[in-house]
Design a protein around this ligand. Sequence first.
Ligand code: ADP
Ligand code: MG
Length: 736
Amino acid sequence: MSEAAPRRLRQLGDVPVSQLRNVGDKRLAALTSIGIENVFDLLTTYPRRYIDRTKRVDLTDLAVGDEAAVFGEVRKVVARRTRQGRVMVEVTLVDDGGSFKVVFFNQAWRERQLVPGVQALFFGKVGDFRGQRQMTNPVVDVIVGPTGDERDGSRIGRVVAIYPASGKAGLTSWEIGGFIEQSLRRAGPLLDPVPHAMITQLDLVDRTASFWGIHLPEDLTQVAPARRRLVFDEFLRLQLLLALRRRRMQETATGIRHPIAEEDLDVTPGSMSTPGASLVRRFLANHRFTLTRAQRRVLGEMAADLSGALPMHRLLQGDVGSGKTVVALTALLSSIDGGRQGALMVPTEVLAEQHLASLREDLAGLDQPDPNVLGGVRPLSIELLTGRIRAKDRQRVLDGLRDGTVDIVVGTHALLNDDIRFRSLGMIVIDEQHRFGVEQRAILRENGREHSEEAADPDLLVMTATPIPRTAAMVVFGDLDRSVLDEMPHGRLEISTQWLSEDDAIETCWQRVRSEVALGNRAYVICPLVEESDRIEAASAVQERTRLALGELRGLAIGLLHGQMKGPEKESVMSQFRSGELDVLVATVVIEVGVDVPEATVIVIEDAWRFGLAQLHQLRGRVGRSERQSYCYLLGVPPNGEGEARLRAMVDSNDGFALAEVDLELRGEGTLLGSRQRGRSDLRLASLREDEDLLIAAQAAASELVQHHGLSAQPALVDELRLFIEPEEADYLFKS
Ligand code: ADP
Ligand code: MG
């Protein structure tokens, strides 16, 4: 590994760790077990922290109560049993003359780990035992193992990087650091794939400096700039892939033009519409309400996409209740105006049925020219396709889609089925996108193209009420254009949210349910989430309903909805609740997404801390869907601080975007990003919260780099990106 030409990252990816000195079978297995197979993996295993040996903590300066990291060499280790029968391991450390005691209880194995000669970092609180300072059960990082050959004094001199050592694999931080140092030295200078001018302009250090600075800093001031560069590179690679995918899609797509006349969007509800007017115009003219400014703006953004030659590929973000449905319907109708069909995909059957019912109602009275029927027009045909409709009905819907007599199909995952053919699919809307994977979005689009008589790419609108923070959206949905509904329909009152943990306060909430029902309103009661089993969850919902019917809510008409019920049962309960035959609906979280019953004004969420913040906000969004005051009650005592923080955030804020930021803070990003989309796995150092400026810089840089002729002027970057994608995708993205 030592030639003159600067190394490319992909070359490092081609060097197995077995080629390193001191990596025999045992260490090879250990490295492999923690996911390090090649030198690139090794160099992107970043330190967890550093010990600055130039500013050594003097053991004698430590005060009782301090949190400290103490570095020292084990001088003596003794294990014994306390009078209570617990194993106690007592370790004596020395550090340039000073000495210090560390004690472990119930960790007998420490006696074997911390043998004399081992050098380690101990992290914990300084306590006092009979006038002597000592640490009890600290966190331990072994820096130098018991075998003397590791004790290379040069590395203990200054700043020492501490790696996520793995006790299980039997690798010390010191060993990992040693392999990294060896790799960096033998690799020599690293090729910087980013144009020099860009690096200078962004005030970043070069690539070689970034790897040396993070792994082997001469002093701690080198770490932050090194990290910035590495984070920028992570974001840049991700944004380049997104930009390339987008570009490829545009190059290969055959879009459909669906011109929407702007004046049709500005029509006032209740105005007369001429019979020959577009469906979009007739729909909006007949509609119950005036569009909010945000809805109008978003429709304008979409109209621009739709009339263009490229397929629309747009994400619509809007908090729960912001009125995404009317936007979706308008999009679907524009496609039918253009003589094509539309598909609406939703995550649950309950939601599919709800959408079907409201679509049929909203679109009643709109007809469609059809030369094959008497009179030349027929009503719009909207059909349902879910996994559980009967074979005969399914066949009828499939035939209708194929011959074009079905205009809009509403469905669940069943729409992804391979045997579905369209006469000509013009528009796909996916509601509650967060429930679907990126793959499913792609399948639906591909089917639209391949399974239509006309081989064109349908327009795509994906909608989500999970208000993910802007930075996360840039990563997760970076290949989509974005529209935001940032305004609630007129006259909405803030939902009043209370967190009740006292028994007597709980009565106020059931009292509220009664008084709202007396006013003609309705209530939801959400039963605790049971992670392990739908069956147990359903059983607890059944019980809760009985309990309430005999107790707090005696005399009210209480329905039940849970995931174990059959489709028709669910449907009939929902329609009874909608019509007001039922006053209260006791439900599991099946109602989380999208259910719209405007008369519902109270939601009681039991054991609320069991739900995630996004989920709680979604649940709360089931009320507050009219001009009446609504109430949300969160019940239960959280067992931990995080649960408490979530409930407090709910009480403090009604704003989904603000809550999403809190959520990101509480849960960290891993959960948000998931692991399914390739490319994200490259975010090892970057933090969406802390590195927003770098993300924005990287996005701008990526679009600049890709703008002219893809990345053909940047072969080094192309080479590097190949590390992060499958060969087939690389061929597709990089073929000229
Ligand atoms: P979401 O964005 O959560 O899908 P919906 O589309 O279900 O929201 O709309 C929430 C409620 O607000 C529905 O009852 C809908 O009829 C109503 N709504 C939507 N837009 C408006 C508007 N511009 N004015 C008044 N009510 C509206
Ligand atoms: Mg909705």
